[in-house]
Design a protein around this ligand. Sequence first.
Ligand code: SF4
Ligand code: SF4
Length: 257
Amino acid sequence: MLLSMKFVEPIERTLNSKFKFRCHKDISCFNKCCSRADVLLTPYDIVRMKKRLEISSEEFLKKYTYIHIDEKSSHPYAVLKMMDDNEGKCPFVTPEGCSIYEDRPTNCRYYPVGQGLMISGSEKESVNKDFYFFIREPQCLGYQEDKEWTIETWRIDQGVDLYDEMNREWKEIQLRRDTPGQPKLDSNKQGMLYMASYDIDRFKKFIFESRFLDVIDTEEVEKIKADEIALMKFGFKYLKYVLMLEETLKVKEEYRK
Ligand code: SF4
Ligand code: SF4
């Protein structure tokens, strides 16, 4: 999902689609894409960035993001907050480039390629398909360079595979919710979606410090206590359950009606 479709080329691309592009420090537009950028974040983006900055997810979200509510689906998304200066720079950009480069978010990795997920078929036999498109912002001169890529080689070069793998289940949840007939979320459900998607430290407290484990039967307790990725994935299970997409959690016998 993108916040602005202004410079999106309206042609669907595949992994084999070719393009010429090179981004380097000596290009005159260097860092221009890191100002006034709409960078929508994913759960795995937050896990990587907060770890890199050695702060909690709560602190990260408060300091570096704002919440965007998608009008159609009513889903809340965390978006990277640009600085409140004349240039509207990303808080992580430096004259040398991105200061968190190895942990930069998915959308920054993909740029100037955009990516989406589409669902087709019936509810029972649906197929999810990735699609791609080019973003052609006039300020970006990288397209005038001579290095040739396919979207597939670009993805490998930018290390997006792991990010896509980590976020796939979460994107599918958004997609399944974003179909006709699904009700809009009330503020309580929006809060659950936001917490389990982005605020992983608060989600952990919720799991271990509320009555959640008195009610829910899970064999994953030790795993999610020790491993943040397992906790993030457990969050996706929790979301499928509370958003009534799948019976992914088991309520203990004594709490069943
Ligand atoms: S996170 Fe890095 S790559 Fe992304 S906009 Fe900020 S400085 Fe640029
Ligand atoms: S070539 Fe495009 S991606 Fe690279 S620095 Fe310039 S504007 Fe950013």
